[in-house]
Write a protein that binds this ligand. Sequence first.
Ligand SMILES: Nc1ncnc2c1ncn2[C@@H]1O[C@H](COP(=O)(O)OP(=O)(O)OP(=O)(O)O)[C@@H](O)[C@H]1O
Ligand SMILES: [Mg+2]
Length: 424
Amino acid sequence: MESSSTSTSPLSSGAASVEALRQALAAERRARQVAEVLHASHIALSRSLDPQVVTTTLLAHMAQLVPYDSACVMLLEGDEMLRVRATRGYEAFTDPAQVAALSINPAEDAFFQQLIARRRSFVVLDTSRTASWRPRPGLERVRNWFAVPLVAGEEVIGFFCADKTVPAFFTPEHVNTAELLAIPAAIALQNARLFAQVQAGQARLQALSERLVAVQEAERAHLARELHDEIGQMLTGLSLALTVGPRTSPETLRERMIQAQRQVNQLTAQVRALSLNLRPAMLDDLGLLPALFWFTRRYTDQTGIQVQLQHAGLDRPIPRAVASTAYRVVQEALTNVARHAGVDHARAQVWATDDMLAVQVVDEGRGFEANELPASDSLGLAGMAERVRLAGGTLTIETAPNAGTRILAELPLPTLEESDRCDH
Ligand SMILES: Nc1ncnc2c1ncn2[C@@H]1O[C@H](COP(=O)(O)OP(=O)(O)OP(=O)(O)O)[C@@H](O)[C@H]1O
Ligand SMILES: [Mg+2]
């Protein structure tokens, strides 16, 4: 019998098994290399809490396993924009700064919007045959491209994107390997973000407590001055008015009494203003609304800015802590109007519903860039946000340059039933 195929000859079957062995060996070597890089990458990534280090480490380790021409890491930032945070390999083709400057708004970019929604890797085998592919600045030469999402929890926090100048270069194995490396990178990036949040929170707290001490000192100095200059002088006057000698005529006595009475009235008003000015302790006695009326009247006297104070539903009990937070929000917001808005009138509104107290201060003045970080010595808005957060409420700041400012604080109230229960 004749053999019909050369492949069954002892010689060729030996060659085939050598080839199979070689392939198995190569696969084995490759698996070991992947495991080693993965291991090194886990260690390197878990050591850093700096997003810049994490992203560049990811690109460097990825280059050992996926032979890309160039690659980048894009991260979804707080403002929902996708920005390139690290690049590698672009210098051979273009100015890397061009790629680094790339920022994409997924809300307006159907391609990336889909990538985020799918939460899975996506490969463009040949960009020239892919209708949805949009050549971005610096990526015109790219023919084969893929993106692996960086997923933390259930959320896409960014992408690893790699490219090649020839079509259909990347294999499914390349993409799988990239996915393996993306896992520890996403965890490290999430840790870095949480760490940055905690640090920012600590710095804010520190700044707030320093400011609290400074404000307390300033208030004490102010109190001392008021007591010495104003109250002290009035008391001296009063004491003089009440000094009567054996030869003081009844008319003079009557005049002195009238004068003394006037001075006592002035003193009473002064002490009352002083105490309300220092802290709204009188909120307890007067309630939120009278305290706000008092404050806005005095504010107008001092600044010349007219305030329209509108209110609704304040005939229900308001816990002291909530009233005090609301008062402070109005106080700081109106102080900002006087200092920054450049207007001669503003509106303050306060209203209560069954379960919420809201205060709102609106001006039609200069406004500001809300996303810009305030100067480090500007703590008014940060303090306001902190107070509102501590009260379990939410603060909304609506503003834009030359479009006025609206500050709204919504503070939870115990429902009427709950406060009834507390009263009994
Ligand atoms: N109503 C407003 N109109 C225009 N700009 C405002 C208004 N409120 C705040 N700003 C801007 O926001 C910045 C931050 O306000 P913030 O109250 O935090 O600090 P500040 O008023 O500068 O200082 P302070 O710490 O004494 O309050 C201000 O410096 C100002 O530029
Ligand atoms: Mg301020």
